[in-house]
Design a binder for this molecule. Structure first.
Ligand code: M8P
Length: 834
């Protein structure tokens, strides 16, 4: 889209004449203006007098880029000079979002730039809207990786993120008649100013082929991986500045390039089309992010993506290591820690073994010792369907040598188990890295646990369930390996940047230390009962709600009342997250209002947003149901000023930054024992929303911190869920039969009341709700949820009480900063002193 062109008062400011200025410590407005002008002119090749927001964005981004690169060079030199232990964070996903605002804030340039732009006749907030989100992740797991980068930079940790530079990020979601339609996210269409191509950091990555065994000169059995096909990995760096500490680290994202050798072979044979085709095929590897969160899709391309980035990363790690130490691996584990973000990069374990055994000629024992010491593994999910496995056939075809190594790791591991539990064949079968079912599969989580010295969960409850349920037999053998690292969020993005009004009020009241030491928020506690402070607090929230109301009007065409209770559930669409529970409450509340009941309840605006995996039919149908219910309710004059239901399309980081600060109520209502941690829960509470939630994931620890009386906790806990699932007497059917309101709500869906009489459309949903085996316990938790929502209504009417709780929520969120999380990883897993 061409951006709006307009005249700007640049004529008041002479165009720069001198050479392009480099930045020292201080920077005047004039320098800044000159630099922006310089970029407008030289990079954009057009008349700066006619620049629109898009051009200003680019010029500004390039200005910031100059700042970053200078500091990055210094930071890297410093890491090198002090020979500090490095940590490599390997992740298939980094859900970065936008960078301009965040970089300006961290560099301490935001206000200055805003001022200069204003002089030029531009509004920084508007200019920032020009930036595309880098949506190189699906949801919480990828966003956590991005928050970690911010915290590692801020803590000055010598860290490197490694991942893939997907050409297409997470799909763009549009709604068509209330159904999700996916569109490609071509975020690199106009290029991005935030990356640095490193064409000289180019590594070959091998696939396929076979293993050649031979005896070397000393008679030792060696393995060589031969007859392979090759793809090149090219480095692109995205720089990540710490908060006002001059530290800049990088995320190295790999893109796939065809190997020259490969096309030359076909060209020489005169097969031009085949040559081009093979180029296209190799470059497909980094083409697109797989769009499922918590759902496994066993495609070969995904497997290749994993190995591609791991293989390139380890060549890079070894290059950096060998530059200092040659082939002496004696200092490897003292200088290198590698953290695996879930099992997605777990192929790194056999890859490091292969490099040490086959390329470096090390013994198995030595190589294995290094491997286990090097790796830490973070498990992010309890959902059995998300535990990765790869078919042995596929594994064998794509990475034959790695499969051999996995088998050998497994053989040695099972020997260990057999020695501990003689005769327990069943246990061996359960713990094996190979699932010997009809289709043989490699269990990546087992490989990751055995191949690393640390396995961590992402919240206390999650870690507890790892130890007692999913990985209990591994915990028995390696109790010292299991540990917890409760997730967090970076307050720089999720409060300072996204909620400038609240951030300013907080800083004015208790000072700005909370930006790097979130525990300082505790000082707000003493203000929680202060009437005038409460008033200002509520005024900020009101302003945020007004802004969101304007967005809803423009994106969804619905007018909502900023004084209504903003009840918000935004996250990936998934049955276990129970958007259905929310929608059932809405339907019941609607029916009560229509019957003339609950007239005393505050007006509510229920906001949903979230993407469903394109292959996840039930999640997509839930989106349709939300939209259908919304359509019915929003046009019903009987409830016009009492209830609105909104689905905002294309949820992502930037939208989250606008929605979360405006929420009164945060819905965190997963079935207990299913959400490993959640991080949205933290973002909302940090922005003063009260939580309605189950005792699941990190909600449990939020409750410990915030106090149960300041949250709305309902439903079964993880133990009760486990017990009820085995209890044949407690079924959804009994709730449906005994509770008239529940029955009326379900029947309304069945009868097509929200689908223009179509009684078939939502049958899969009704079936799920009434299924005696419903694993999510929708109806079994519904009654307590309804009770709890009535409590919310009551408390919302007491504005003083609500404000007090909101302030206390924020005051007690200090624990949930990724600064704390990263400090724990660094000290307890990586062996790095912060
Ligand atoms: C699993 C996949 C499995 C196969 C292929 C692609 C996948 C993509 C993502 C995931 C996955 O586990 N995703 C998650 S785990 N998304 C999340 O938000 C999770 O991690 C967060 C960070 O620790 C937790 O807060 C969430 O509770 C958890 O669900």
């Amino acid at each position: 889209m061409p951006s709006k062109e307009r005249d700007i008062p640049l004529r008041d400011h002479p165009a720069p004449t001198g050479p392009y200025c480099s930045f020292g410590g201080s920077l005047g407005d004039d320098d800044l203006l000159k630099t922006i002008h310089h970029h407008l002119l030289s990079f954009l090749g057009r008349d700066p007098m006619r620049a629109g927001n898009r051009e200003i964005y680019k010029a500004l981004a390039y200005t910031v880029r100059d700042f970053l690169i200078e500091r990055w060079v210094k930071t890297q030199k410093d890491f090198y000079a002090h020979n500090r232990k490095r940590v490599y964070y390997l992740s298939l996903e980094f859900l970065i979002g936008r960078s301009l605002g965040n970089s300006l804030i961290n560099l301490g340039l935001y206000d200055k730039v805003a001022g200069v732009l204003e002089q030029m006749g531009y509004d920084l907030d508007e200019v920032r809207e020009e930036e595309e989100d880098a949506a190189l992740g699906n949801g919480g797991l990828g966003r956590l990786a991005a928050c970690f980068m911010d915290s590692m930079a801020t803590l000055g940790i010598p860290a490197y993120g490694y991942g893939i530079r997907y050409e297409y990020g997470l799909f763009y979601q549009r709604l068509l008649d209330g159904f999700q339609v996916e569109h490609p996210d071509n975020w690199l269409r106009y290029g991005t100013p935030w990356e640095y191509d490193r064409p000289w950091n180019l590594y070959p990555v091998k696939f396929h082929g076979r293993v050649h065994r031979y005896h070397d000169a000393e008679g030792k059995l060696r393995h060589e991986w031969v007859d392979t096909s090759e793809v090149m990995a090219m480095a692109n760096d995205i720089l990540v500045p710490g908060f006002r500490n001059d530290s800049v680290i990088n995320m190295r994202l790999w893109s796939a390039k065809a190997s020259r050798e490969l096309d030359l072979i076909s060209f020489n044979r005169g097969d031009y089309v085949a040559a081009v085709q093979s180029v296209v095929e190799s470059e497909t590897i980094s083409k697109v992010l797989y769009p499922s969160d918590d759902i496994r899709e066993g495609q070969e391309l995904r497997f290749k993506q994993q190995y591609f980035f791991v293989a390139a990363t380890f060549q890079d790690i070894l290059r950096r290591y060998k530059k200092q130490h040659g082939t002496d691996f004696g200092r490897f584990t003292a200088e290198i820690a590698v953290q695996l973000n879930d099992t997605h990069p777990a192929i790194a374990i056999p890859e490091l073994m292969r490099l040490l055994l086959d390329e470096e000629g090390m013994t198995w024992e030595d190589a294995w010792g290094i491997c286990v010491q090097t790796f830490g593994y973070t498990n992010h999910t309890l959902m059995p369907e998300a535990l990765e496995t790869w078919a042995v056939d596929l594994f064998h075809r794509v990475l034959p040598r790695h499969l051999e190594i996995v088998y050998e790791i497994n053989r040695r591991f099972l020997e260990e188990v057999a020695a501990l539990y003689p005769g327990d064949e069943e246990r061996l079968r359960r713990m094996s890295m190979i699932d010997e079912g009809p289709v043989k599969k490699v269990r990546m989580a087992h490989l990751a646990i055995v191949g690393s010295h640390s396995t961590n969960g992402v919240a206390k409850l999650h870690t507890h369930l790892q130890k007692t349920r999913i990985f209990n037999e591994f915990y028995e053998i390696y109790p010292q390996r299991f540990n917890n690292k409760t997730n967090g969020v970076t307050q720089r993005r999720w409060l300072l940047k996204s909620n400038p009004g609240l951030a300013a009020l907080i800083t004015e009241s208790i000072g700005g230390d909370w930006v790097t030491k979130l525990e300082f928020l505790r000082n707000l506690e003493s203000l929680a009962g202060n009437r005038s402070f409460q008033r200002r607090w509520l005024a900020v929230k009101r302003q945020n709600k007004q802004r969101l109301a304007a967005l809803i009007k423009s994106d969804c065409g619905v007018a909502v009342d900023p004084d209504s209770l903003f009840d918000v559930q935004v996250k990936r669409m998934h049955e276990y997250k129970r958007q259905l529970l929310n929608i059932l409450h809405i339907i019941i509340h609607y029916q009560r209002l229509v019957r003339g009941e609950r007239q005393e309840a505050p007006a509510r605006t229920v906001v949903f947003a979230g993407k469903a995996a394109p292959s996840y039919a039930q999640a997509k149908l839930i989106i349709k149901l939300i939209n259908s219910v919304g359509e019915t309710i929003n046009r019903d004059p009987r409830v016009a000023d009492r209830l609105k239901v909104i689905f905002i399309p294309n949820y992502g980081v930037s939208l989250a930054e606008k929605i979360i600060p405006a929420a009164d109520l945060s819905e965190q209502i997963s079935t207990a024992g299913t959400e490993a941690s959640g991080t949205g829960n933290m973002k909302f509470a940090l922005n003063g929303a009260l939580t309605i939630g189950t005792m699941d994931g990190a909600n449990v620890e939020m409750c410990d911190e915030i106090g149960r009386e300041n949250m709305f906790i309902f439903g079964m806990d993880a133990d009760q869920v486990e017990a009820v699932r085995r209890d044949p007497l407690r079924t959804p059917e009994t709730v449906y039969q005994n509770n008239q309101e529940v029955r009326a709500a379900v029947d309304a869906i069945t009868a097509g009341e929200f689908s223009r009489g179509d009684t078939a459309l939502f049958t899969p949903i009704v079936r799920a709700l009434l299924s005696p085996d419903d694993p999510y316990l929708f109806l079994l938790d519904l009654e307590d949820y309804l009770r709890c929502q009535e409590e919310v209504d009551r408390e919302f009417l007491n504005r003083t009480g609500w404000a007090r709780k909101s302030i206390l929520n924020v005051a007690r969120m200090g624990k949930f900063s990724t600064d704390r999380t990263i400090r724990e990883y660094a000290e307890e897993i990586w062996g790095i002193k912060v």
